[in-house]
Design a protein around this ligand. Structure first.
Ligand SMILES: NC(=O)c1ccc[n+]([C@@H]2O[C@H](COP(=O)([O-])OP(=O)(O)OC[C@H]3O[C@@H](n4cnc5c(N)ncnc54)[C@H](OP(=O)(O)O)[C@@H]3O)[C@@H](O)[C@H]2O)c1
Length: 336
């Protein structure tokens, strides 16, 4: 594939939490970046800003992607819907499939014969959780929910695409943290700050996570190395965290004393069962129910040895070092 003109990287999801970090890192290296976004509307109009061009389109609408990959060398495909499944489950599942599976198919069609590298940012939910057992890429996949199933299907499309000449790589991420992230850790920061999070006992559960900067590192290594071609890699920060540890780290980062008492697990289980019953009567899930509690106390533990051995990936951050920035971000958002 002979190329003329500057190296262009396409980042789908470049307006999102991880994508923004990736775009700014690529810019620091002098790469010209094209970002796919649905805003302010689809239709292929492009606007330029500081070495970044915005291409307006929607992954679910094939015709809106026409020309998106012209001149592009590497695609970093990050666009997707978060995995939190709201109550309107059927709509969510259909939307998830449209964005993740049909969207990836549309993007691959557009990329065919044009791009050299295709990096797909997926999730460990494509493989499922192994409870107290550490999972690696060789584990038999048990995709979880509409999100996990769509991720797994999209991964398969990307790997199949790689059999026809393009270098492809799939990165499976656990929960990603860093200032500006959404999801459970910022929710927990707020709950602890407002004294609404119970001091849980140490249950020795193990959860994997990764800092956003290390996701960016992994994505760039994958695009640079031919060894990554056709591979699936799990990316973590190399640590596991129990919910109790996360709670204590958050208290420390907020400058709050860690309470000298803990809520007995039996009491939490009774409250969660009551939460299920009341939720069923009200037709509305309560903040504490057995699903939430199982997630809070359960394990989801993954190994990133393969990407370390193959590509020399070394995580640079852990949750403790990231929390001060995350707390500062939380406080700024609260003030504004
Ligand atoms: N954050 C995590 O903890 C985590 C963990 C595992 C995996 N992941 C995966 O990593 C990727 C990035 O996560 P993130 O947290 O950075 O996501 P995010 O902040 O929620 O951003 C989502 C991005 O997807 C784009 N997008 C959504 N639907 C689209 C569509 N139909 N067409 C085009 N673009 C669309 C959005 O662009 P516009 O709104 O500008 O159109 C936005 O840039 C996602 O695929 C996510 O599932 C994230």
């Amino acid at each position: 594939m002979e190329r003329h003109g500057p190296y262009i990287a396409l980042v789908t999801g470049g307006t999102g939490f991880i994508g923004r970090r990736l775009v700014s890192t690529l810019r620091r290296f002098g790469t010209t970046v094209r970002v796919l976004t649905r805003k302010p509307g689809s239709g292929g109009s492009v606007r330029f800003q500081d070495g970044v061009s915005f291409f307006f389109g929607d992954l679910g609408d094939r015709s809106s992607l026409r020309g998106l990959c012209d001149g592009v060398e590497s695609v970093f495909h990050l666009a997707g819907l978060a995995h939190t499944e709201p109550r309107a489950h059927e709509d969510y599942a259909a939307n998830q499939w449209r964005t993740t599976v049909t969207g990836t198919e549309n993007l691959l069609e557009e990329a065919a014969g044009k791009v050299t590298n295709f990096i797909y940012i997926s999730s460990v939910k494509a493989m499922g959780e192994g409870g107290s057992a550490e999972l690696s890429e060789t584990a038999a996949p048990h995709p979880q929910g509409a999100y996990g199933k769509a991720r797994f299907a999209a991964e398969s499309q990307v790997l199949e695409f790689g059999r026809h000449g393009t270098r492809v790589c799939v990165l499976r991420l656990p929960m990603v943290y860093g200032a500006g992230c959404k999801g459970n850790v910022p929710r927990m920061i707020e709950a602890v700050d407002r004294n609404r999070f119970p001091p849980l006992p140490e249950m020795h559960n193990r959860r994997s996570m990764v800092h956003v900067d290390d996701v960016v590192q992994a994505a760039l290594l994958s695009a640079q190395s031919s060894r990554a071609s056709g591979q699936v890699y799990i990316v973590t920060d190399g640590h596991t965290y129990s919910t109790r540890q996360i709670y204590v780290l958050i208290c420390n980062a907020l400058g709050k004393p860690v309470p000298g008492w803990t809520v007995p697990v039996g009491l939490l289980r009774s409250a969660a069962t009551a939460g299920d019953m009341i939720g069923a009567i009200l037709h509305k899930p309560l903040p504490l129910n057995t699903g939430v509690l199982d997630k809070l106390l359960g394990s989801a533990w993954y190994s990133s040895r393969k990407i370390t051995e193959d590509l020399g990936f070394h995580p640079t951050r852990d949750l403790e070092s990231a929390l001060p920035d995350m707390v500062a971000y939380y406080r700024t958002c609260r003030r504004s």
